[in-house]
Design a protein around this ligand. Structure first.
Ligand SMILES: NC(=O)c1ccc[n+]([C@@H]2O[C@H](COP(=O)([O-])OP(=O)(O)OC[C@H]3O[C@@H](n4cnc5c(N)ncnc54)[C@H](O)[C@@H]3O)[C@@H](O)[C@H]2O)c1
Length: 255
């Protein structure tokens, strides 16, 4: 199937990690012919991914952005538009899950930081790119969420709340963009084998989580990237405001 995104300009946030969802998504979009900007707080990793994209014959740009800072996001979006052209696709993938503590033990500053990076950041990016997409009559926005946003998570009040918030944000964008050709969808991931997840989850806990899904295995970054490539494609033109759960059957009645 031709996804119809050759020549489109995409931003993928949080795409610096070698084994991360963001890098896999950025490479998949480049493989489909898109030019891809890589925005991450980790500039060395982002540069590596941008180089890989250029080696595939596509244009790319790496930017160091702390997406909890509105001015930084607005400046980055403006630079991408200037260097690569008007932005057609935004994949809000960057997030942190460093703040794990029971409700009353959670540092308020850590909660605030999670809200900034995981929820305000995606809003800032959308705010920067949405008007241009609507004006040109074509746009695709995907928020990468987590099943924690649907089910909650012990010790993960900040992460779960921000990931739930992404759904409401995407639905609002879907409504405001529906007649202007801009779609917005939320992808709720179950356990995916990435450096970020493995770094944050103890090995025994990892095994327990993996065994909770019907497939009894973690998802791969390629599986995530394939789904996102479809969601941002021309072919997904009637899909908007959707909550898509991709968790290997974790939310099914598994026992
Ligand atoms: N791996 C999983 O099991 C899993 C499950 C559910 C959801 N997700 C979601 O997938 C996405 C990617 O996660 P991942 O597992 O690939 O982990 P990851 O840690 O590799 O990805 C997160 C990226 O965000 C970047 N980042 C962190 N703070 C930032 C900031 N302030 N500004 C800009 N960039 C910043 C990091 O440098 C990193 O490159 C996240 O949204 C995560 O919540 C992952």
């Amino acid at each position: 199937m031709d996804l119809g995104i050759a020549g489109k300009v995409a931003i993928v946030t949080g795409a610096a990690a070698k084994l991360g969802n963001g890098r896999a998504i950025a490479l998949a979009l480049a493989r489909e012919g898109a030019d891809v900007a890589v925005a991450d707080i980790d500039i060395a990793g982002a540069e590596n991914v941008a180089r890989e994209i250029r080696e595939m014959g596509r244009r790319s740009l790496a930017l160091q952005v702390d997406q909890g800072d509105y001015e930084a996001v607005a400046a980055a979006a403006a630079r991408i538009a200037e260097e690569l052209g008007p932005i057609d696709i935004l994949v809000n993938n960057a997030a942190i899950l460093s703040n794990i503590a029971l409700l009353d033990k959670m540092e308020v500053s850590a909660w605030d930081q999670e809200v900034k990076v995981n929820l305000s950041g995606p809003y800032y990016w959308i705010r920067a790119v949405f008007p241009g997409m609507a004006e040109r009559g074509w746009g695709r926005i995907v928020n990468i969420s987590s099943v924690a946003g649907l089910s909650g998570g012990v010790g993960q009040a900040g992460y779960a709340s921000t990931k739930a918030g992404l759904g409401g944000l995407a639905k609002t964008v879907a409504l405001e963009g529906a007649r202007a050709g801009v779609t917005a969808n939320t992808l709720y991931l179950g356990i995916i084998e990435t450096e970020g997840a493995k770094g944050n989850i103890r090995p025994d806990m990892w095994e327990r989580i993996v065994k909770r899904n019907a497939m009894r295995r973690p998802g791969t970054v390629e599986e995530v990237a394939n789904m996102v490539a479809f969601l941002v494609s021309q072919q997904a033109s009637f899909l908007t405001g959707a909550d898509i759960i991709m968790d290997g059957g974790q939310s099914l009645f598994v026992f």
